[in-house]
Design a protein around this ligand. Structure first.
Ligand code: FMN
Length: 178
């Protein structure tokens, strides 16, 4: 599969089979995340892999009021929670590199999962304090996002994307297509 094919294959999936994820596949996607680039190679990310059904139920409940993807969380056999350690990154000229770095690592994981035939769905975190409590995450660590991880129970058509001319400029901002 080419990278373009992988990018086309990955979709945000919100319905999962209960089938377990093989340990080798879990290790594979985590290894792909581990190899992500980061600001000064500080690797601020941490991943919590949640398999325990009670914990997954608690996480799903914590999300229930605010997040439309909550059903997917409960269905999938695993939830991967993305955390960031601010002390292992920097805000430089007002730019928060922890968010970039952690996002990169998570996307490595998500693309690797797609390659392995597994589904994911980025979940923005709207219940950080509750999730922090459930998973015993220390105060000096941010809980940033999570994703279900499991075999998809649905296929989804691609969602629309902006035209190349809207997002790529040649030479200077706003100039003709690259
Ligand atoms: C940082 C981030 C946060 C997201 N948060 C949510 C979310 O909370 N709930 C949800 O259902 N989808 C969430 N998504 C998925 C987007 O809605 C999805 O990527 C977008 O609609 C494009 O669809 P696609 O991923 O299938 O191509 C999030 C995606 C990103 C990158």
């Amino acid at each position: 599969m080419s990278f373009l094919e992988l990018a086309q294959k990955r979709r945000s999936l919100r319905s999962y089979l209960p089938d377990p994820v093989e340990q080798e596949k879990l290790e594979y996607v985590l290894e792909c995340a581990r190899l992500a680039p980061s600001w000064k190679n500080l690797q601020c990310w941490r991943f919590i892999v949640v398999e325990d059904a009670d914990l997954r139920q608690e996480l799903t409940t914590a999300y229930a009021e605010t997040n439309p993807g909550r059903k997917a969380l409960l269905q999938a056999p695993l939830i991967v929670v993305l955390c960031g350690v601010p002390a292992e990154s920097e805000v430089w000229e007002g730019k928060d590199y922890m968010m970039l770095d952690a996002g990169l690592a998570m996307e490595h994981l998500i693309l690797a999962a797609a390659e392995q035939g597994l589904g994911t769905c980025w979940q923005g975190l709207f219940a950080e304090d509750k999730v922090r409590e459930i998973l015993k995450v220390p105060e000096n660590v941010r809980v940033l996002a999570m994703t279900p991880l499991g075999y998809p129970a649905e296929e989804r058509k691609p969602r629309p994307r902006k035209e190349m001319s809207q997002i790529v400029f040649k030479g200077t901002w706003g100039s003709g297509n690259a």
